[in-house]
Design a protein around this ligand. Structure first.
Ligand SMILES: NC(=O)C1=CN([C@@H]2O[C@H](COP(=O)(O)OP(=O)(O)OC[C@H]3O[C@@H](n4cnc5c(N)ncnc54)[C@H](O)[C@@H]3O)[C@@H](O)[C@H]2O)[C@@H](O)CC1
Ligand SMILES: Nc1ncnc2c1ncn2[C@@H]1O[C@H](COP(=O)(O)OP(=O)(O)O)[C@@H](O)[C@H]1O
Ligand SMILES: [K+]
Length: 477
């Protein structure tokens, strides 16, 4: 599991550790890891031009000590001091002793233009709000330069705890982060600014529960349902799909396509698209009755392509089994009916749907994904999966939020969300919790998208077809 901790938690862990260590030891650990990463980026250190952008806090201190290490290995190191009188004194002294030099921001343009590598030590976890104008001007120089950019701890200007970017921020090729990932490194839009992220262990002892966690192959593999000798189709779980309409029969087909690959033992379909479903997937149990009369179901998916069929949504929400609500179902579901449910509910909006439910602009959700997913989960007392380039899954009661980044922009194609609801609904029917079903579903769906696309446009039905390959990839590694 990859985990990320909030700034408050990191600071508390740092205080505990610093109390046991000689002064400055932590910063030296950070600087050593940072210098090693820079050396890897440079390939050869000797003779290279390195520029340090140094703010007034310890983030600048890290950059200065790392710069001193690179200078000792023969790099030409120049520090641009944003606030000379408040620069980390020990770090600056170390750099000057090692043969580096310092300049004022007035000279930044010239040195950044000639740099092979720029180290962004403007601000780290102490940053508040968007970059101030003098710092923003440095970020603009970095954007215009051809140098490799390495961010110290975080790209300056991104919000460590939320992944928000308010105004100018540094865009890095590599971020070397200390002790633990910070939530912003895993959530867009900030994640995009971080580039590749490398974690340097500085010995922090962190609490059991993280703020954010991202499944890795082994975590997903441990959660995937596997049939045993005692299994039959009912024990593996029956997933009911209440989706599609005369106008959108394809949504039903795609949700069923996902559900067939999600681990349930049988897929039951109710709705007006039965003929289209059975023509494509003869193994589907098609019913022409409503959800209540459809027979045994361990979890429902309701909403994809449902049009205005509020009655079916209400009927499904009334069922005492886990329910996944997607697409039109999100609009049609009564808040009170969702809140009143005792079995798990998983809602799967994209940013536009989440914005409509929250009564805010789509941009607001995209800028502040973590806040939006938590707010929705609280309001609906449900587990909410917010789709997008980074998908977030939050339970109603707070606790750890799961983040998924296995996807690809090629998944932004009509119907791919229907496939995801089928896969995740199937996992719900197989007995996974809403948090696990949502996050494992997104993990498989993202990987399937990559496999199906392989760098070219892809249709949603092909994504569904690649879920099996994603599953095998997860369990084999
Ligand atoms: N505390 C520790 O034990 C360790 C801290 N480390 C480093 O220390 C950093 C945190 O240091 P600090 O707490 O000094 O904080 P930072 O250095 O991250 O930032 C604080 C400084 O930035 C300025 N600032 C804040 N917001 C700004 C904005 N929007 N625009 C421009 N300037 C802004 C503030 O005036 C302040 O002087 C970490 O990110 C990490 O790089 C590492 O050395 C590892 C050990
Ligand atoms: N830029 C992106 N990077 C990765 N995944 C994406 C991106 N854009 C969309 N996706 C994924 O593609 C799917 C799209 O779902 P959705 O918006 O509901 O489409 P539809 O309603 O057409 O089925 C979601 O799983 C989402 O997370
Ligand atoms: K930084």
């Amino acid at each position: 599991m990859r985990t990320a901790y909030s700034v408050d938690t990191v600071r508390a862990a740092e205080r505990r550790l610093m109390a046991r260590l000689p002064e400055g030891a932590l910063m030296q650990r950070a600087a050593a890891g940072l210098a090693a990463a820079c050396a890897d980026v440079l390939g050869r250190v000797y003779g290279r031009r390195v520029v340090l952008l140094v703010g007034s806090g310890d983030n600048g201190g890290d950059a200065l000590y790392a710069g001193a290490r690179l200078a000792r290995r023969g790099a030409g190191v120049t520090a641009v001091l944003l606030a000379p009188e408040r620069t980390h004194a020990g770090g600056l002294a170390a750099l000057l002793r090692a043969g580096g030099r310092s300049v004022s921001p007035a000279d930044a343009e010239e040195v950044v233009r000639r740099a092979d590598l720029v180290l962004d030590g403007i601000v780290g976890i102490g940053g508040r709000g968007g970059l101030r104008p003098d710092a923003a001007a440095l970020a603009a120089l970095v954007a215009a330069s051809r140098a490799a950019v390495v961010a110290v701890d975080l790209p300056s200007g991104v919000e460590a705890d939320t992944g928000e970017v308010r105004g100018a921020a540094v865009r890095a090729d590599l971020t070397v982060t200390f002790g633990t990932h910070k939530p912003g490194l895993l959530i867009d839009p900030a994640r995009e600014y971080a580039g590749v992220v490398r974690l340097v262990d500085i010995g922090l002892e962190l609490p059991e529960e993280a703020e954010l966690e991202a499944l890795q192959h082994a975590d997903a593999a441990a959660l995937l349902p596997v049939p045993g000798v005692e299994s039959d189709k009912y024990r593996r779980g029956v997933v009911g799909i209440a989706a599609g309409s005369a106008r959108y029969p394809g949504a039903a087909v795609l949700a069923v396509a996902g559900a067939l690959r999600g681990g349930a033992g049988a897929v039951r379909y109710v709705g007006p698209a039965g003929e289209a479903v059975i023509a494509r997937f003869p193994e589907t149990l098609v019913s022409d009755q409503g959800p209540k009369q459809a027979g045994r179901v361990q979890a429902w998916v309701v909403g994809p392509g449902a049009g205005d069929d509020a009655g079916t949504v209400a009927e499904v929400l009334d069922a005492d089994v886990p329910v996944l609500v997607d697409a039109d179902g999100l609009r049609l579901a009564e808040v009170g009916a969702v809140r009143a449910r005792t079995a798990p509910t998983l809602m799967t909006p994209h940013a536009g749907e989440a914005a409509a439910l929250l009564g805010v602009a789509r941009e607001e959700v995209e800028a502040g994904r973590l806040a939006a997913v938590r707010e929705l989960a609280g309001r609906y007392r449900a587990t909410v999966l917010l789709k997008g380039s980074t998908t977030l899954v939050a339970d109603a009661g707070g606790g750890v939020v799961r983040v998924n980044a296995t996807g690809t922009g090629w998944l932004a194609t009509a119907g791919s969300g229907d496939v995801l609801s089928g896969v995740a609904g199937s996992l719900l029917a197989a007995g996974l919790s809403a948090l696990d079903a949502g996050s494992v579903g997104a993990y498989l769906h993202g990987l399937a998208g990559r496999f199906a696309a392989e760098g070219a446009p892809v249709g949603a039905h092909e994504v569904a077809g690649a879920v099996g390959r994603a599953w095998r990839d997860v369990v084999r590694r």
